[in-house]
Design a protein around this ligand. Sequence first.
Ligand SMILES: CC(C)(COP(=O)(O)OP(=O)(O)OC[C@H]1O[C@@H](n2cnc3c(N)ncnc32)[C@H](O)[C@@H]1OP(=O)(O)O)[C@@H](O)C(=O)NCCC(=O)NCCS
Length: 177
Amino acid sequence: MTLRTYKGIAPKLAEGVYVDASSVLVGDIELAKDVSIWPLVAARGDVNFIKIGARSNIQDGSVLHLSRPSKGKPAGSPLIIGEDVTVGHKVMLHGCTLGNRILVGMGAIVMDDVMVEDDVIIGAGSLVPPGKTLQSGYLYVGSPAKAARPLNDHEKSFLTESALNYVQLKNEYLAEG
Ligand SMILES: CC(C)(COP(=O)(O)OP(=O)(O)OC[C@H]1O[C@@H](n2cnc3c(N)ncnc32)[C@H](O)[C@@H]1OP(=O)(O)O)[C@@H](O)C(=O)NCCC(=O)NCCS
């Protein structure tokens, strides 16, 4: 795998983390226990930091970046992802904060200073503009993303199930060596 140091800071990986050999992780990135990073993910923690919570998975071709601190915004916009989050294929996450048990559909774009509360699904191909808050318990779709309806019980339980499926899958990949 490609783990690159930037300004003396290298990515930190907790126990059980899986990073595909084709992915590139640079700088200030923290991956908690059992996180999985799938092929061709690019994550760059250079002008701010990236944190990913336990059991979350970042699927193939996704891009993770952030925004630097500025006069008006001294903390800038780091990228913070909670626990049991599934980030689908080819997603762009930029300088946003995601809570726990979230599914980000394939090809979605989530921009700076977005706050996604716990238990949310973002439909495939959605665009979430800067600074929006997505409310807990809802499905959001479209460009710009709008609340479509509340999640049903099946979808809510699927959020945790999806994350656990990916923990199991990455364990199989780790066992392959
Ligand atoms: C949005 C989603 C959850 C389906 O929700 P749903 O309520 O079951 O939607 P339905 O399939 O019943 O479709 C309802 C309407 O939404 C539309 N729709 C479905 N998915 C949509 C999406 N991602 N964006 C915009 N509109 C969407 C349908 O075309 C349909 O429109 P219509 O009423 O005009 O015909 C699903 O399509 C989706 O995007 N899932 C994400 C899956 C994913 O990317 N997983 C990650 C990889 S593991």
